[in-house]
Design a protein around this ligand. Structure first.
Ligand code: NAD
Length: 369
């Protein structure tokens, strides 16, 4: 009997409901095969939570999340909440969840599937076989540092202030995540900062080097200035395996790397905290109000996030492998939602894609039996 795990599903808003329905279908299917024993809780976040409770994330929902092994989230947001106060907006619920759980490492894979190579704006020979993992520090740096604010200097002059600040423990804990992940991949970490012009970058470089020397000598470490990394991602992205960087540079570099793949509906993410903290798994895309409720959304980013959840939080890497293989096989078979449609392929709906994943998983399970 597989060990019992608890997963909280937070569909959120817009297409979040539709993509989550497909994840749920797969989770029920896996439980029915007897391969998993997952207790599923479902709760509300974002605009949907605001409509029901007047808060985008209630303390009760947060408590349910804390008691879970992991959380799978759809997406939050929508124009109907644009006039709500900032602290009650859908996005505030997501920020509260990340902050309260202390999720300091954000993992964003950028993988180019051969079948979707034409979706990239780069030449196929540049992005073929691309498989990069960006580890972004998520709870520190300039987005949180103080002092911050806008000062009135008088005479029509103002001054905007933000502070970039990192401590050794903040740098080392995210560095450790990156090195450990690299050990399970191609064994290379590229650490990015601006040590040439920023003291926090100098400290980042020194602390990552010290950690490498003390604990991860088997992994190759390379330091790179963040601006050079931005250029190298476009020039020769295949040189990278794991990139670790701070909150600000990570925000930009992870979006750049994601766009190398060209397909928003295929991009998963994970946010991890201290050992024992539930991980948060979510697609990179938003609630897509333009297609919400039409059964058109691509659920793959959510299903690949679920695969990451099986790998990093639920300790079932073989299920993660099965799910990722199912996605690859479906792409190879030319089955597509509208966002990744190509000539000669078969167009399916959101639920049609979920059904195709289950059909593929069934084939893999039959083969293994
Ligand atoms: P978006 O990602 O929702 O949509 C951008 C475009 O990509 C749209 O044309 C949409 O139809 C398409 N798209 C996105 N996901 C898709 C999918 N799975 N399948 C097919 N097409 C897909 O970004 P946006 O339009 O800038 O934002 C809409 C709302 O989502 C806003 O309220 C924003 O704040 C919110 N948002 C939330 C998150 C999150 O929950 N993590 C992230 C980004 C944006």
């Amino acid at each position: 009997m597989p060990s019992q795990k608890t997963l909280t599903l937070l569909p959120g808003d817009g297409i979040g409901h539709e993509v989550m329905a497909e994840a749920k279908k797969i989770l029920f299917w896996l439980n029915a095969q007897g391969d998993t024993n997952i207790t599923i809780h479902e709760d509300v976040i974002g605009g949907t939570a605001y409509d029901q409770h007047g808060e985008p994330l209630t303390d009760a929902t947060l408590a349910v999340c804390r008691q879970s092994d992991a959380i799978l989230l759809g997406a939050v947001g929508g124009t109907q909440w644009q006039n709500v106060a900032y602290d009650k907006r859908p996005e505030a619920g997501l920020l509260k969840l990340r902050k309260e759980l202390g999720l300091y490492a954000n993992l964003r894979p950028a993988i180019v599937f051969d079948e979707l190579i034409d979706a990239s704006t780069l030449k196929p020979e540049i992005v073929k076989g691309l498989d990069i993992l960006i580890v972004r520090e998520l709870t520190g740096g300039v987005y949180f540092g103080t002092p911050r604010g806008i000062e009135d200097l008088g005479g029509g002059e103002r001054r905007g202030i933000n502070t970039q600040v990192y401590t050794t423990s903040e740098i080392k804990r995210v560095g450790r995540v990156a090195f450990e992940l690299a050990r399970k991949r191609k064994g290379k970490v590229t650490s990015c900062e601006k040590a040439n012009v920023m003291e926090s970058g100098k400290l980042w470089r020194e602390d990552i080097s010290a950690l490498h020397h003390a604990e991860f000598n088997d992994v190759t470490l390379e330091h790179m200035y963040a601006d050079n990394c931005a250029m190298q991602l476009l020039r020769n992205p295949s040189q990278f395996d794991v990139i670790v960087t701070d909150n600000l540079f990570g925000d930009i570099l992870s979006d750049e790397a994601a766009m190398l793949t060209g397909s928003l509906g295929m991009l998963p993410s994970a946010s991890l905290g201290a050992p024992g903290t539930p991980g948060l798994y979510e697609p990179v895309h938003g609630s897509a109000p333009d297609i919400a409720g039409q059964n058109k959304a691509n659920p793959m980013a959510t299903l690949l996030s679920l695969a990451m959840c099986f790998r990093f939080s639920l300790e079932m890497p073989s299920i993660a492998d099965h799910l990722e293989q199912a996605v690859k096989n479906i792409l190879a078979a030319g089955i597509r939602t509208g966002d990744i449609m190509a000539p000669g392929c078969t167009l399916v709906s959101t639920s049609g894609m979920g059904d195709a994943v289950i059909a593929e998983l069934s084939k893999q399970y039959m083969k293994a039996a």
